[in-house]
Design a protein around this ligand. Sequence first.
Ligand code: ZN
Length: 409
Amino acid sequence: MPDTLIKVDLKQSPYENEQVHNRWHPDIPMACWVKPGDDFVLETYDWTGGFIQNNDSADDVRDIDLSIVHFLSGPVGVHGAEPGDLLVVDLLDIGAKADSLWGFNGFFSKNNGGGFLTDHFPFAQKSIWDIQGMFTKSRHVPGVNYAGLIHPGLIGCLPDPSLLEKWNEREVGLIATEPDRVPPLANPPFAATAHMGKLGGDAKAKAAAEGARTVPPREHGGNCDIKDLSRGSKIYFPVYVKGAGLSVGDLHFSQGDGEITFCGAIEMAGWVHMKVEVIKGGMAMYGIRNPIFRPSPITPHYNDYLIFEGISVDEAGKQHYLDVNVAYRQACLNAIEYLTKFGYSKAQAYSILGTAPVQGHISGVVDIPNSCATLWLPTQIFDFDIRPNASGPVKYIQGGPEMPLSPDL
Ligand code: ZN
């Protein structure tokens, strides 16, 4: 068995684990070191560090302080890796922690995080998904059962000081354009809840005040939430600091394209078995600015879809110019409306789109004024037939369980 270089105890606060951090900063010390060619295991908390519980209340989703996220395992130093290299990471396998065979999906309150459809789902809601081997189902969302496409939502290397400065400058600049917006346009550094791994004292205070939040994807990868970055993938990361400093977390048992519910996928605590190699000078050699990756040879085999179209005309009928975001939102809303005909609540339908192996495609971006986005809903994940036919939909879900909802206080 490969060595487990980072262990997490789900009964312990992540703030007490020095091999965990929740900001990006070049001064965060390496949690451990490996050599090119090594394979090893890292355990991770779920992205909230255990804040969300396996119960039937969404109070925790409503009440969470989102400045604590994401708890990442690392950084792992790789001997010989230097700025300008590519760090090659094989995701050999990923799984849930044996003492935590469940995951969660939630919608944040519009006043605390929001989500892609936050105007339609303004209050905190939650669904719990049980993990049985490679499959999952939920007591809150009946009638679906599917195979996991397990992946880390968040993985990347430490930035160097100039890259970090660039991130902070551009994001703080964006916030300044509409500082009172709810939800905010971006999240600036926030020292009070920063966890900087092994760093302590004045060095910690300085780095905590500058450390970039982990929410957005950036040049180094980070929180990309790509469902196809699954176990079996091979990723090529830009290296900015000596030793690379690879960190990973935010494991998802499954997710639809877009992670539209934001709290997000089926979020879980787990472990990643990975292998690292280095391509010297690879960034310039291949013109790499953002990570590239090769997908897994293994994916869940769903080959029949109902595909929902959306165009860049919003819910109020307003015309937008080639706005893919608006178009994808319409495709999602169209799919949700359709699923309600089988007895699902809108919240349950939204949860399915956020968690199941749903594909999202940008289908057209040139036919002015409308872009076209499509949402691909796999028909085989349902216990019943969702395809249209002449006799109409059967109300399969009747008076079943509902997703817990916690109104704002
Ligand atoms: Zn996540």
